[in-house]
Design a protein around this ligand. Structure first.
Ligand SMILES: *[C@@H]1O[C@H](CO)[C@@H](O)[C@H](O)[C@H]1NC(C)=O
Length: 333
């Protein structure tokens, strides 16, 4: 009893200390994408995600899970993991079979695609939250709401009928409930702890400027590239002096192969009005020391000219001197 109390106290204090500045992911989900090309050909893709980081894959040939990080199993035992992988394998086989069998009842026309996502989230306050959503042909189909199957309006009669049907399978529902509301939060907390070093790491961005394809005559596209940062949240803005430029266009934050992120922010300006512009980057890894890059096109063009002209000039002077010296020798001779 006392131990339990201590445990809760420890948890409470830990809460107060770390949660505020913890920037890592807070959710785990499995994603399933099932493509049905015709009545005999189907393919299942599966993956497990901690926030925006993929930590599990699914090899559809060997019908086995792949663990992409050394800590992808969290604090689950090998036996528990094996059981879960078995459940997932049996589920995918059953799913494919049932969809084929019911394709005519639900008037599904080949080819079609089914997407599903299920997982849970730990929040700063309150109990963990679990979710399950399904989509058919890119439209919402159903979700789990209040421990029950809720058809999405976009799912029409098919979704209603599906939910009515699935509610009759008590065994399946109990398994889903256990996985979503018990196993998932337990797994999530374990994997967040096991991967702590990786997840809370800070990688500094590098930034550079370039000009993009001209957006029109008399205009310039300034590009600020920011790459190699982790975690994902980043603030990048074009400024004139201290003034943020509202025309700054932020691209999507794209993944690098090494698990860090890349972002480009562009600014479309009238040629000749590009002086005094700078790109500012704020990121948690920089500890308040923002990266500021000044758009130095004029300087750099000037420098390039100087770099080309100066050696030419020296060469010319050298040649001229030699020529003059030769002349003077000739004069003497
Ligand atoms: C089913 O689709 C697969 C993949 O597109 C194709 O290779 C196969 O020939 C198709 N089978 C039939 C019976 O149409």
């Amino acid at each position: 009893m006392q131990l339990l109390l201590l445990f809760w106290l420890a948890l409470l204090f830990e809460d107060g200390d770390n949660k505020e500045d913890f920037q890592g992911p807070t959710s785990f989900c499995l994603i399933q994408i099932s493509s049905f090309a015709n009545s005999t050909w189907a393919q299942n893709q599966g993956s497990g995600w901690l926030g925006d980081m993929q930590i599990h894959g699914w090899n559809s040939d060997s019908e086995n899970a792949t663990f992409l990080k050394p800590w992808s199993k969290g604090n689950f035992s090998d036996q528990e993991v094996t059981e879960l992988v078995d459940i997932f394998r049996v589920y995918l086989i059953g799913f494919t079979r049932e969809v084929r069998d019911f394709a005519s009842v639900f008037q599904l026309e080949y080819p079609f695609e089914i997407q599903g996502t299920a997982g849970c989230e730990v929040r700063h306050a309150g109990a963990p939250k679990s979710f399950l959503r399904g989509a058919l042909g890119g439209l919402d189909f159903l979700s789990i709401q209040n421990y029950s199957c809720a058809p999405a309006p976009e799912g029409g009669w098919r979704a209603k009928k599906f939910c009515e049907t699935i509610l009759q399978y008590q065994g399946i529902l109990e398994t889903i409930e256990k996985l979503l509301f018990l196993d998932c939060p337990r797994f999530l907390l374990g994997v967040l702890d096991a991967g702590k070093t990786d997840l809370q790491r800070q990688e500094k961005p590098v930034a550079w400027l370039s000009s993009g394809p001209t957006p029109g005559s008399g205009r310039l596209l300034l590009v600020c590239h920011v790459s190699g940062f982790y975690p994902k949240p980043v603030w990048v803005m074009w400024l004139r002096g201290e003034q943020e430029q509202p025309g700054s266009q932020r691209g999507d934050v794209l993944p690098n192969a090494d698990g860090t992120w890349y972002l480009r922010v562009t600014l479309d300006v009238v040629a000749g009005e590009d002086a005094g512009l700078s790109c500012r980057v704020k990121h948690s890894s920089l500890g308040g020391q923002d990266i500021v890059l000044y758009w130095g096109q004029h300087v750099s063009v000037g420098l390039i000219c100087l770099a080309i002209i100066l050696p030419l000039l020296l060469l010319f002077i050298g040649l001229a001197l030699r020529f003059m010296r030769r002349r003077s020798y000739q004069d003497i001779l």
